[in-house]
Structures are given as C-alpha cells and as structure tokens.
Design a protein around this ligand. Structure first.
Ligand code: THU
Length: 131
C-alpha cells in the first residue's frame, strides 16, 4: 500500500460532523512502517484533533520518533495543506527535506517538504540558553 492509499483509506474514517471536511494523513516511520490518522472533531470545537496529529500519535505509540515521508489528503479544490500547528508537529519528527505529498480526493497532488511548509520554524536551538 502506498502512503497516498493509506491516507485516502483512513480519511473515510474521519469524524467530522461539524466541518463536514474529512482529512486523512499518513506518515512513514524510519522503519518503513506506515501510520495513519484522521481528523476527530468535538462538539466543543477546539477539542477536535487534526488527521496529522492522529498519524503522529500512532507512530510514537508504536515506538518510532522519526518520520521520513508524509501524505495529507482532503476534498479541497487544491491539495490540502497541513494547518500551522500540524506543520510544527511534523517538524518535530521530520527534517527540513522530508517529502510531504499533499492531495485532493479528485487526484490533484502537490509535492513539497517540511522545510518549505514551515520556514523559520521554532526549534531546540532557540532554547539554547535555558538553564
Ligand atoms: N484539518 C486536519 O485534519 N488537518 C489539517 O491540517 C487541516 C485541518 C481538519 C480539522 C477540522 O476537523 C477540519 O479539517 C476543518 O478544519
């Protein structure tokens, strides 16, 4: 199964009764294993979680902390990008050159990288002078 197939499949499982916008995300860990996640909304809107967060949580729960490839898919007119918070979450476990494939349900794709999605990210180096 490709990363795109995994993201497309998990998107079907999204719980999105409020936005009615289903998102699927899949990440490949350094082991080669694929982890997937979907958005899970809540009636208390800010408590909802993004698809990327679910995929990352599945990867970490399986004992992996390095992702080497990412895919996000939604039914948007142009390939669905990760939100700002998810860009930071992806950056935690990936590298600036980690490939990210954005996709639409009608077959459009856009290839990018974590670094292109989050230039100037906040990193550990910014906390260099902490005690
Ligand atoms: N959403 C994601 O799952 N990932 C993103 O990066 C963008 C937004 C979800 C959150 C919410 O359930 C719905 O899409 C509409 O914002």
């Amino acid at each position: 199964m490709t990363l795109l197939d995994a993201a497309r499949a998990v998107r079907e499982m999204a719980y999105a009764p409020y936005s009615r916008f289903k998102v699927g995300a899949a990440v490949r860990g350094a082991s080669g294993r694929i982890y997937s996640g979907c958005n899970v909304e809540n009636v208390a809107y800010p408590e909802g979680t993004c698809a990327e967060a679910g995929a990352i949580a599945a990867m970490v729960a399986a004992g992996e902390t390095e992702l080497v490839e990412v895919c996000v898919i939604g039914s948007s007119p142009t390939p669905t990008p990760p939100c700002g918070g998810c860009r930071q979450k992806l950056a935690e476990f990936g590298r600036t050159d980690t490939p990210v494939l954005l996709a639409t349900t009608d077959g459009k794709t856009l290839a990018t990288t974590i670094g292109e999605l989050l230039p100037g990210r906040f990193g550990l180096d910014h906390m260099a002078d902490r005690p």
